[in-house]
Structure formats: structure tokens, C-alpha cells
Ligand binder design. Structure first.
Ligand code: PNS
Length: 164
């Protein structure tokens, strides 16, 4: 039987509890979900794409329906190559909407067969973003409530490396 396959793309620099929540919800809707890590995300990246992939793999090692891969180029090309039927994106506050709306419509005009499905994270993750978490960590704040434990440890190691 044909598997229902979705793609969950993002920068994941790093993966947060919000991402984990969205992916868990997506796994309930699809047979398999490919977490697609965008390789080129600019100069402000804390983790390399290999490191971001490794962190995600560690977090989802027990989830058989989850595959983690890096991709370059257009998302729709990668989604088509992998045979995905839908793109999953998380929506938090209204502030996300404008950008997500543009992205979804651009992707749909480039690949009409691909629909974007928006999922909402649990309320406790509404304000959690990779960039805010990085800022909190950079100034020595406690990020343990916002990211998986292994990610918090990797961030601490990375930031102390940068200081030393
Ligand atoms: O986690 P992010 O940074 O919000 O993810 C954005 C991402 C990686 C999904 C988006 O920038 C993307 O799809 N990049 C790949 C290039 C592409 O296809 N751009 C969209 C054309 S409109």
C-alpha cells in the first residue's frame, strides 16, 4: 500500500521542543515524515548542517516513522524527489503567518501538487523559537525548558568552545 509521506522542512538551528511537538503531531497524520534540514541558512548559524542533522537524529532515534536528511536547493525539488505529498510547517503566533503564507503560496505556485499543512504547537511552546533560545543561551540563561536535553548540552558545549 502506498505510504503517506510528508516533509517537515526547516533550519532547526537547533531543534526545539516546539519542533518536537509539531513533528510528533505530524507523525500521527502521516506514515512517514522526512525532517528536511536546510543546509544553507546563512552566517548566523550556531550549528553546521551535519550537527543539526545529528541532533535531530538523536532526538528521534526511537521514532521509526521519522527520517532526518539535509537538503540544498529548492524545497519543492527535494519534496518531489522524495515523493512527499505534503509540506508540514508549524504555526505559533500571528507573527509567523505572513511569512508562512508567502512561503506556502510560492511553493504551491511552483509545485501545485504539494500542499502545505500547518500544525499548531502546544501553548507552552508558543514563544519558543530557535533564535530566541540561542539568544537566551548566549547570555547564560537556562534553556532546559525549551529544548531536548541533548540539544541543551550541545549548545552549552558549542558556546563554551566559542568563548574559549
Ligand atoms: O526554519 P525556517 O528557517 O523557517 O525554514 C525555512 C525553510 C528552510 C523551510 C525555507 O527557507 C526553505 O524552504 N528553503 C529552501 C529554499 C526554498 O525552497 N525556498 C522557498 C522558495 S519560496
Amino acid at each position: 500500500m502506498e505510504q503517506r509521506l510528508a516533509i517537515y522542512p526547516g533550519s532547526f538551528d537547533p531543534v526545539t521542543n516546539g519542533h518536537v511537538d509539531i513533528l510528533t503531531r505530524a507523525c500521527g497524520l502521516f506514515d512517514r515524515v522526512i525532517v528536511a534540514v536546510a543546509e544553507n541558512i546563512g552566517k548566523n548559524a550556531l550549528f553546521s548542517s551535519d550537527e543539526r542533522v545529528a541532533l535531530l537524529k538523536e532526538v528521534f532515534e526511537d521514532d521509526e516513522g521519522v527520517e532526518v536528511c539535509a537538503f540544498t536547493g529548492l524545497l519543492i525539488d527535494y519534496a518531489r524527489e522524495r515523493g512527499a505529498r505534503a509540506i508540514v510547517r508549524g504555526l505559533r503566533a500571528v507573527a509567523d503567518f505572513e511569512y508562512e503564507f508567502q512561503l506556502a503560496l510560492m511553493n504551491r505556485s511552483l509545485a501545485g501538487e504539494l500542499d502545505t499543512i500547518f500544525l499548531m504547537t502546544a501553548q507552552k511552546n508558543f514563544y519558543v523559537s530557535s533564535s530566541l533560545v540561542k539568544e537566551v543561551a548566549r547570555f547564560g540563561g537556562d534553556v532546559s525548558g525549551f529544548v531536548p536535553r541533548s540539544v541543551g548540552q550541545a549548545m552549552a558545549a558549542k558556546l563554551s568552545q566559542a568563548e574559549g
